[in-house]
Design a protein around this ligand. Sequence first.
Ligand code: UD1
Length: 340
Amino acid sequence: MKILVTGGVGYIGSHTVVELQQNGHEVVIVDNLSNSNIGVLDAIAKITGIKPEFENFDLADKTKTEDFFKCHSDIQGIIHFAAFKAVGESVNEPLMYYRNNLFSLVNILQSMKDNGVENLVFSSSCTVYGQPEKLPVSENAPVQKAESPYGNTKQISEEIIFDTVKASDIKGIAVRYFNPIGAHETAIIGELPLGVPNCLMPYITQTAIGIREQLSVFGDDYKTPDGTAIRDYIHVADLAKAHVIAVERMVKQKMKKDFEYFNLGTGNGYSVLEVIKSFEKVSGEKLNYKIVGRRAGDIEKVWADTNFANDELGWKAQQNIDEMTLSAWKWEQKLALNNK
Ligand code: UD1
């Protein structure tokens, strides 16, 4: 199958491109490199032996998107990752987030409609559940008011797809990620945060390697066993595999409804301190960290009910927390070697 992967040069996108190619699919990537590095294309080729076709443009540009689809009428499915994702930045620059994340989706859907492309897998987030009342959180849990413009773009995007599916032949699968961490087993691709990382795992590995002085643990007064916040960390390669299954499910017409939602997590919650302990164990490094106040907008705890994804997709995340933190560490060490 020929699959368009938007944002395919980025962190989750690049791992998905590798899995798609290794499952025999042809990939074309569209990415404007606003938060990614062109060198990742060669890195993908190093792993799979195939350099994916690549076009550099902004999907928020309607004309360029239309022109692209006219030249690629044989695309059978789209996995749409390309989006801005920094929560704090979205609070300061809401219009930038609404324009980038929503215009690109509308342009893609319009071009899908105009060119008879029917299958869209959309990168969503567990952020749509806010702080769920019941844990683990299932796909049936109510969507709660978004805490940030970024989160709101994910909710609105799901609604835009829902309405478009109702009114056309287009079908959609929204995959709601929990917290992706780790890197490819070869340590040839991984997360490449620009500047100071917002997320926990790259902050931990950058601190251990000496790029950052100290990790701040945001809050130890949550109602959790050790007081720090709990998340469902999932290995990025496990997440990538679920995308391949989702897009194949669509193209092979195995969907039960025209718009489906899946939680992609492991079903296990780990606190910030438990992630640090796992990292220290697998790396043999002592991490320099201190407890500080809570980060605004953070929820206390969330982990996924994975039953629906496990049963319907026939997919289950395989890697445990130690394997995840170790792969993140190997990647950070590889980056350090490359930068020497
Ligand atoms: C992340 C993303 C969010 C996405 C969600 C689900 C960010 C900022 N947030 O949320 O966009 O929707 O995953 O995929 O990118 N922590 C520290 N110190 C740090 C960094 C984090 O203690 O320096 C803590 C946080 O308070 C939180 C946990 O670690 O309890 C995880 O944080 P993070 O990796 O940023 O992920 P989320 O905030 O859960």
